[in-house]
Design a protein. Structure first.
Length: 353
């Protein structure tokens, strides 16, 4: 067996052999999932409206999800050739790294941020360059990002796991100064009260890509559909780089139907924004430091320690997100759901007093 391990390692690219597996949630006991920033408001009504028997699954989907791109074009008011669809935003991040990251080139991101960025970068053979945020987690270090001379810069805004939305002017300054591609990852943008944000102005930039997902405000994390929007040349390059047929017929149909459920999306976003304020105040009252958030989660620093608090919550059937990264060791992140979910957390925390 050891021999096999060594042989497999000898065939594997060094960067991949060194990879630590991505976070896997401990799911024993079917806990309340407050660890993955997904909706706690039930299934998107689109699910009940798509008649699966009307779909033809004997054939592949179109190569580049043409029907979904048309629906996205209609929704955002952009031509359809500005869109690239993927198996979740995560696949699109992978494609971006492969398309624009020459072996050994640098990818820079403000740090802390989404822990998948270093993972996909490492798999693609890129050098990962984290640039610490300024004023706590609040501000982008644009000059620090530019000094890294990255081929690819990725800025999540609102950022995960901090919840910060970076100033548009700073993001634009970064785009303008960069000789490379800037990905603005807007996975959580709906929770900041915005629907189109950067998208209407994409044609003004040679180098900006905006990433979106159906996994958060659309409540469809299990569907695995995301998309990006960019100018026509970037989109053409990325559609060429991706695998054909990468979004299935069924997920594509559901994603299109979900775009018609804006009232449901808006109601969920409104409820989260309300509860976010209440939860932040209640946690702060119990002594946790709570970082300001424009997303559907709160990053906190519990006085009793992050892992101790996470353990206590787990014993009470609640999963919150801990981190191994040095910048986040004191931090525990909670998804914001309904008042009853917050109340369960508050009750469990009472036991620590
Ligand atoms: C910042 C950020 N970007 C992108 C994603 C990707 O989401 P998905 O692959 O589900 O579309 C996530 C998911 O948690 C995220 O937090």
């Amino acid at each position: 067996m050891t021999d096999r391990k060594a042989r497999v390692a000898s065939w594997t690219r060094k960067a991949v052999a060194r990879l630590k597996p991505y976070y896997k949630a401990p799911l024993a006991g079917d806990p309340l999932r407050l660890d993955q920033n997904t909706t706690l408001f039930g299934n998107n009504p689109a699910l009940a409206k798509v008649r699966t028997t009307d779909l033809d699954l004997t054939q592949y989907p179109t190569r580049d999800s043409d029907a979904l791109r048309l629906a996205l074009a209609d929704f955002h008011g952009l031509p359809e050739d500005r869109f690239v669809c993927g198996n979740g935003g995560d696949e699109l991040l992978d494609i971006l790294c492969k398309a624009f990251g020459e072996d050994g080139a640098t990818i820079a991101t403000p740090w802390p941020s989404y822990s998948l960025y270093p993972h996909v970068a490492q798999v693609a053979g890129l050098r990962f360059h984290p640039v610490p945020t300024k004023r706590g987690f609040a501000q982008l270090d644009v000059d620090g990002m530019l000094a890294a001379k990255p081929r690819l810069a990725v800025v999540a805004s609102p950022n995960n796991p901090t919840g910060t939305r970076f100033a548009t002017g700073e993001i634009e300054r970064l785009a303008e100064g960069l000789d490379g591609v800037l990905v603005v990852d807007e996975a959580y943008i709906e929770y900041a009260g915005l629907k189109h944000s950067f998208l209407p102005r994409l044609d003004a930039f040679d180098n900006v890509v905006v990433l979106r997902t159906f996994s958060k405000a659309y409540g469809l994390a299990g569907l695995r559909v995301g998309y990006l929007a960019a100018n026509e040349e970037l989109a053409r390059m990325l559609n060429a780089a991706k695998a054909p047929f990468n979004v299935g017929v069924l997920p594509e149909a559901l994603a299109i139907a979900a775009l018609d459920e804006q009232e449901w999306v808006d109601a969920g976003v409104k409820a989260v924004r309300q509860e976010r304020d209440r939860m932040a105040a209640a946690l702060a009252k119990r002594g946790l430091k709570v970082h300001p958030s424009e997303a559907n989660f709160l990053l906190t620093e519990p006085p009793a320690g992050a892992s101790e608090t996470a353990d206590l919550l787990r014993r009470n059937g609640i999963l919150a997100r801990t981190f191994t990264d040095a910048a986040l060791q004191r931090c525990l992140r909670f998804t914001v759901g309904k008042p009853e979910h917050t109340d369960r957390v508050l009750q469990a925390l009472e036991a620590m007093r």
